[in-house]
Design a protein around this ligand. Structure first.
Ligand SMILES: [Cu+2]
Length: 137
């Protein structure tokens, strides 16, 4: 009889443990669903600054993978003005705010913080054949 009671207690404890575990899983799942499409800031994550240089050949690097919350600093390393902006040209609406209007003079820079997880095609608004892509993960 004593053994039976011990087994019964163990079964109840295991059941409770499973119950709380599954509740916890549901909670985090719901939280993730609620937070889309806004990015989930990770408190421990360090927000980096990534430098992209613009020359007469275009963006360098032209494709970059960054994390949500990172800032990209565009440095005009050319002798003429450049104007990095989000696609599509000329509306620049795909990644709102990413538009260095009215452009960057030689030797100057423009920084933009990419908060949203998405792929942002970019181009030079003054010379749209210069293109690139920023993948925000
Ligand atoms: Cu444009």
């Amino acid at each position: 009889m004593k053994t039976f009671i011990i087994i019964l207690i163990l079964v109840v404890l295991a059941g409770l443990g499973w119950y709380f575990y599954s509740q916890n899983m549901n909670y985090s799942g719901g939280f993730q669903n609620n937070s889309t499409p806004t990015p989930t800031p990770t408190p421990s994550a360090v927000n980096n600054e990534i430098v992209v240089k613009i020359t007469s050949d275009g963006f360098s690097p032209s494709t970059l993978n960054i994390k949500a919350g990172d800032t990209v600093k565009f440095i005009n390393d050319d002798a003429v003005k450049h104007w990095p902006a989000s696609g599509p040209h000329p509306a620049h609406t795909l990644c709102p705010g990413f538009d260095s209007k009215p452009g960057i003079n030689p030797g100057e820079s423009y920084s933009f913080k990419f908060a949203e997880r998405k792929t942002c095609p970019m181009h030079d608004h003054l010379k749209p054949t210069l293109t690139g892509k920023i993948v925000v993960e």
